[in-house]
Ligand binder design. Structure first.
Ligand SMILES: Cc1cc2nc3c(=O)[nH]c(=O)nc-3n(C[C@H](O)[C@H](O)[C@H](O)COP(=O)(O)OP(=O)(O)OC[C@H]3O[C@@H](n4cnc5c(N)ncnc54)[C@H](O)[C@@H]3O)c2cc1C
Ligand code: FES
Length: 302
């Protein structure tokens, strides 16, 4: 398990991205440098929601915001002078709606970094990043990490959503507002990752599933499984399909799973993931918060 700390961070900004998404930017005091300098892509934070922003919307019970909520970092910038971390969130229920009322200058309490990370081996040549909707968030941090630490490795990102409005990026929403066609995702391209987009309704990229796009491009670009890793995060049926593609075509694949998390630190057992064991028929239950969220796709019982 990763080393973690209870971190008090200061909010720099909390900006809306279109009607459903927000980007929360945090300044983390330098006393947390030893902990945050060990952050790896795929790890997450358990954010305390209860005392954040305005009182909960009256249509929700205050009890719904008592537990901390898990969020990935879309980017963690660490320099000698500062640590800036970004969380990209989708407004879904009581917790995330409360988060929209956070203002610059507020203080956030979170436990981080938690869980396992994506791993990048020295012999890796090509990283295929396959994200669906908010699943693109930890992959953005992975792209940043590979760009910074392994600049010679090739990255290709495949990002899917139901429609162009479901792509949680400033770049895509900015294009939408200006009536421009979205053809790439700047948030990945800036790290040297060529991006391909798939939407269910064809409002950006190809019309279809991101898994079809992945299969077509792998064949078109003659990408071979040796020295290639598929990294994926998104809705579970999408990740299951990506894991199936990887298995069928002999690609190695890492998946970042989501489970409901009550504690986030391995105590409550609420985040079980059924996994196989090499050479055995009996399965075991691992914890998404502690043994994950990143797993080898081959060990997950889909
Ligand atoms: C490791 C991890 C990383 C995550 N990273 C991000 C992120 O970067 N950005 C982001 O927007 N969201 C992320 N999530 C999901 C986020 O935690 C939930 O969307 C959030 O807790 C919803 O809280 P809420 O009170 O607004 O809504 P709730 O009322 O709690 O939930 C709204 C809906 O989302 C479902 N849901 C809530 N939490 C989860 C969960 N953990 N897994 C699956 N379904 C869930 C509920 O069943 C419900 O249907 C992550 C979850 C995990 C486990
Ligand atoms: S969330 Fe409590 S054990 Fe994983």
């Amino acid at each position: 398990m990763s080393e973690k700390a209870e971190i008090k961070a200061n909010v720099i900004s909390n900006k809306a991205i279109g009607p459903c998404f927000c980007k929360l930017s945090l300044r983390i005091p330098e006393q947390y440098y030893p902990i945050m300098s060990r952050f790896l892509p795929g790890q997450f934070a358990q954010v305390a929601i209860e005392n954040l922003g305005s009182p909960a919307n009256p249509r929700f019970s205050p009890r719904q915001s008592v537990l901390r909520k898990p969020f990935s970092f879309s980017s963690v910038e660490i320099t000698k002078n500062h640590i800036i971390a970004h969380i990209l969130y989708c407004v879904l229920g009581p917790g995330t709606e409360k988060m929209t009322t956070i203002k610059a200058g507020d203080e956030i309490n979170m436990i981080a970094p938690l869980g396992t990370s994506f791993t990048v081996s020295d012999d890796l040549e090509t990283a295929l990043l396959v994200g669906g909707g908010m699943g693109a968030v930890p992959l953005q941090s992975l792209a940043e990490y590979i760009h910074k630490n392994h600049p010679k490795k090739k990255m290709i990102a495949f990002i899917g959503a139901r429609a162009v409005k479901g792509l949680p990026f400033f770049h895509t929403h900015d294009h939408l507002e200006k009536g421009k066609i979205v053809t790439e995702i700047e948030e990945f391209e800036k790290y040297g990752a060529k991006t391909y987009i798939a939407t269910d309704d064809g409002s950006a990229g190809i019309k279809g599933f991101v898994t079809e796009l992945l299969a077509n491009k792998v064949s078109e670009l003659s990408i071979k499984p040796a020295n290639t890793m598929i990294y994926t995060c998104g809705p579970e049926p999408m990740m299951k399909a990506v894991a199936g593609f990887a298995h069928k075509n002999n690609f190695k694949c890492q998946v970042s799973l989501e489970r409901m998390m009550a504690c986030g630190i391995g105590l409550c057992q609420s985040c079980a993931v059924e996994c196989s064991q090499p050479g055995q028929t009996e399965t075991v239950y691992k914890l998404c918060c502690k043994d994950g969220p990143v797993f080898d796709s081959a060990e997950v019982c889909w």
